[in-house]
Design a protein around this ligand. Structure first.
Ligand SMILES: C[S@@+](CC[C@H](N)C(=O)[O-])C[C@H]1O[C@@H](n2cnc3c(N)ncnc32)[C@H](O)[C@@H]1O
Length: 260
């Protein structure tokens, strides 16, 4: 996929620098096989998918070159299958592994759009889908910016029954603007499913002012009260927050948000 620099004139310097650093880091992951970004040893790929309980029969059919290209926060498949959406928007889809797994697991799925800022991970996703034409037929991948969902002219995002964010929500700089742009992308009774960290304690002063502290999904984390406020301001409601793992000052959570 052709490289596109996503930098929007209206963004402040911190947000621009965050976008640049995230794009660089995730583009590098498509060629760097160790850790998330060597030398940091963070689980990724098949090992991580296995640890998070993704079904072995789905992991077995992945081509070997897809190993190392998954960075999910949790396994969303049981929840997604129970919701049985016909249309999905996967925001921060990376190399499209969740997109592919959804297409394999949901017989009634009609369309899935995956959006990510990393052209290199998206290219890996296209390579993966090339092996599976039946699933690929339902999936469209596009490069775009979560911080400017409303501003991209290269594609038209359609409203979907389910919006999935598996490890990408805490990388969004301005959550209020994000929710305002996201809400029209949910169908009536649509669900936003987030897997990410919530704060269980306040972060040290100044922690969130460092771009590096955002790259691993902590600097941009909210506590449950602040999340509830920004969700309510957008006219949405939190249905459930399920704590998967607590590692104070954060908890890895499943967050289910719906329209009223
Ligand atoms: C933790 S990874 C999760 C990827 C994928 N959901 C998975 O499970 O493998 C976060 C993803 O968010 C993407 N991302 C980060 N900032 C973004 C932005 N501003 N716009 C679009 N995608 C972004 C990264 O490129 C990366 O693919």
């Amino acid at each position: 996929m052709e490289e596109k620099k996503i930098v929007i004139a209206s963004m402040n310097n911190f947000a621009k620098e965050l976008n640049r650093a995230l794009q660089e880091m995730y583009n590098k992951t498509s060629t760097c096989k160790e850790g998330l970004l060597s030398p940091v040893a963070i689980d990724r790929g098949l090992r991580l998918l296995d640890k998070l309980g993704y079904p072995p029969d789905l992991l077995e059919i992945l081509p070997p070159e897809s190993d190392g290209l998954a960075f999910p926060c949790a396994n969303p498949l049981i929840r997604i299958i129970s919701l049985a959406p016909q249309s999905i928007l996967d925001l921060g889809c990376g190399a499209a592994l969740d997109a592919f797994f959804c297409a394999c697991s949901l017989p009634d799925l009609k369309r899935l759009t995956g959006l990510d800022a990393s052209s290199k991970l998206l290219s890996k996703g296209e390579d993966l889908l090339y092996h599976f034409p039946a699933e690929a037929e339902k999936i469209t991948l596009c490069q775009g910016d979560l911080n400017n969902l409303g501003e991209c002219q290269d594609y038209q995002l359609q409203a979907s029954d389910l919006i999935l964010m598996n490890g990408s929500f805490n990388l969004v700089y301005d959550k209020k603007k994000f929710f305002a742009e996201l809400t029209p992308l949910l169908t009536r009774n649509g669900v936003l499913l987030i897997y990410d960290f919530l704060l269980t304690e306040a972060l040290p002063p100044g922690f969130a002012d460092e771009v590096d502290n955002w790259l691993w999904n902590i600097g941009g984390a909210l506590n449950a009260t602040d999340l509830e406020k920004v969700v309510a301001d957008a006219g949405l409601k939190i249905v459930e927050i399920n704590e998967i793992e607590r590692i104070d000052p954060v908890a890895r959570c499943e967050i289910i948000i719906s329209t009223y």
